[in-house]
Design a protein around this ligand. Structure first.
Ligand SMILES: NC(=O)c1ccc[n+]([C@@H]2O[C@H](COP(=O)([O-])OP(=O)(O)OC[C@H]3O[C@@H](n4cnc5c(N)ncnc54)[C@H](O)[C@@H]3O)[C@@H](O)[C@H]2O)c1
Length: 536
């Protein structure tokens, strides 16, 4: 931090705080503010920033380090489109070192009592929540998430860690005891004790859209189950992740148990996912996950990939409820959610009425910077905005009805509903990951289900109807990991099972399922010389 900073009044919502102005490179000095109120890279977080070069460090062997590569990766603020932060470009040699250390640390951690693991996780959760503001600030600057939602993401992550600690001590505290005489031909001469043991080193790769939440949803289950962690954060979201990791550091976890390497995908991406030291990969993201699955060795994989979540609206639906969920479900965080409503399939007879309600709500959305807590904020990158524009132009050429005028400034795209979309348009099938929502008018429920099932994705879907019997039949017919009845698709609450079928993933998440996924079963069989049946 240089000396040229000038003291100023920083306006935060309705509160005024006396502090120092941003120095133009994303760093602040607010050391006099209460703990937890400080800004990114300062106060408790000053250790994670190489102030001389203004590059965030990576975390290895319990220390914050500069890469020997001398190189950095720039993180571009989606709103200003200027470099906001820089992170270390780690080398393959540094990844090797991290892997070796993580392997050794895991062995000691596996011998740490479960209650002690849980205690440390609770501590990390509390520290994370205490520092919600500086971490949320990173989310606002790196991924343009609206300010309030950014705080919510951090708090929710703290709650997830605590829940995981509680769930872990219960489910990992129990094994299975089997006797041999239930299988034909056996006497009770064998007792089998099956217990859950850690996998080893878990490689965690979260996506940009929930970098903190989707990192801790891997880290916490892995740790409570006795594994060590190597985290590879997304580039946009890396600095938020580094701050989050520092909260685990402050909680006092053993060194090398949690590690975080940053860098270019081309340099360390495949190197990490194909590394022989990795015993499990937990990945959330797009199609990259499919290629990782093909390249990874014979290790357990947890893959949560893209979605094209359909919203089927029947003739008897509560249209106000459906409209509210379509707008919130489709356009929150500018549609950059795996479980966003990504296609509306509405019965022709109620389509005009529904669209009127939806368009009235879209007109009320605020569009602008995340700092102002706008509903629609810039999408994560210029290439993402270009991709979304490509889908919009394709729909235009093929005759979709534009409910709003298409408008874009830089990475900021105004919310847009496309009515009368047809199956020959790309947007009927592809995931825009932006504030653009296609609507297909259907003549029968079967047509809606067929469209949903023809997708290569199978994450979630939803149906709006007042008839629970019809809803159940549709839910059973939809080939998706989850179907929501009378609400938009959603991942939370975080302890619910969460899984994608087809190209949407492998395995199931949610706190309990993730813990169970990060262990393997180990059996010890006691062989008795004679059959023995317990009498009392
Ligand atoms: N199903 C879910 O739970 C879920 C949740 C959120 C997001 N998503 C999906 O994520 C996508 C958007 O996120 P994104 O753009 O960050 O996805 P992405 O696939 O581009 O990147 C995901 C992660 O993979 C890393 N990565 C990229 N190339 C790699 C390589 N060769 N080796 C190792 N790691 C590599 C990225 O740095 C990032 O950390 C959307 O498709 C969305 O639907 C799915």
């Amino acid at each position: 931090m240089d000396n040229s900073l000038s003291r100023m009044m920083i306006i935060c919502g309705h509160h005024q705080k006396v502090g120092y102005q941003e120095n133009g490179e994303g760093a602040y000095d607010l050391a006099f503010l209460p703990r937890g109120e400080r800004m990114a890279g300062t106060g408790s977080f000053s250790e994670i920033l190489d102030g001389e070069n203004n590059v965030y460090k990576y975390y290895s062997e319990g220390e914050w380090r500069k890469s020997v590569s001398g190189k950095s990766v720039a993180i571009v603020n989606p709103t200003t489109r200027k470099t906001q932060y820089k992170v270390q470009a780690c080398s393959q040699a540094e990844v090797n070192k991290v892997m070796e250390a993580a392997k050794i640390a895991q062995k000691a951690w596996a011998k740490t009592p479960l209650w002690k693991r849980a205690e440390l996780l609770h501590k990390a959760a509390a520290i994370l929540k205490e520092h919600k503001h500086p971490i949320a600030e990173c989310l606002v600057k790196e991924i343009a998430k609206p300010a309030k939602d950014s705080v919510t993401e951090v708090v929710r992550s703290g709650d997830l860690i605590s829940y995981c600690a509680e769930e872990g001590v219960r489910i990992l505290g129990q094994g299975t005891f089997l006797v041999s005489d239930s299988f034909p031909g056996n006497e009770r001469t064998k007792y089998c004790l099956a217990s859950k043991v850690p996998l080893g080193v878990v490689l965690a790769i979260p996506p940009f859209n929930y970098p903190v939440n989707l990192a801790v949803s891997k880290i916490a289950p892995a740790l409570i189950a006795g594994n060590s962690i190597v985290l590879k954060p997304p580039t946009q979201g890396a600095v938020s992740c580094l701050h989050m990791v520092h909260c685990f550091h402050l909680a006092g976890f053993p060194k090398s148990l949690i590690n975080c390497v940053t860098g270019k995908g081309s340099e360390i991406g495949d190197f990490l996912t194909m590394h022989p030291g990795v015993n499990c990969i937990s990945f959330t993201g797009g199609d990259t996950g499919i290629s990782i699955s093909k390249k990874a060795g014979m290790i357990p994989l947890q893959m949560e990939l893209g979605g094209k979540d359909a919203c089927i609206v029947l003739e008897d639906a509560d249209l106000d409820l459906a409209a509210a969920n379509i707008v919130k479900g489709g356009l929150s965080y500018s549609g950059q959610r795996c479980t966003a409503v990504k296609i509306v399939l509405v019965m022709e007879s109620v389509a005009d009425a529904l669209m009127e309600k939806v368009n009235a709500k879209v007109a009320k959305l605020t569009v602008g910077p995340p700092e102002e807590d706008c509903d629609i904020t810039p999408v994560v990158s210029e290439s993402s905005a270009n991709f979304i524009e490509g889908l919009v132009m394709d729909a235009k050429e093929k005759g979709a009805t534009f409910c709003q005028t298409y408008k874009r400034e830089g990475n900021l795209i105004w919310p847009l509903l496309l009515d009368n979309v047809r199956a020959d348009m790309r947007i009927a099938w592809e995931e825009p990951f932006g504030p653009v929502l296609p609507v297909i008018r259907i003549g029968s429920v079967e047509e809606g289900i067929n469209h949903c099932n023809a997708s290569n994705f199978g994450l979630q879907g939803c149906v709006f109807t007042k008839d629970i019997n019809k809803a159940m039949i549709i839910s059973d017919a939809m080939e998706t990991g989850t179907v929501q009845i009378n609400s938009a698709p959603a991942r939370g609450p975080d302890h619910f099972p969460f899984q994608g079928l087809k190209d949407s993933g492998i395995g199931s998440q949610g706190i309990t399922n993730s813990i169970n996924m990060m262990v393997k079963v180990k059996s010890t069989v006691i062989n008795l010389p004679t059959a023995s049946y317990t009498m009392g």
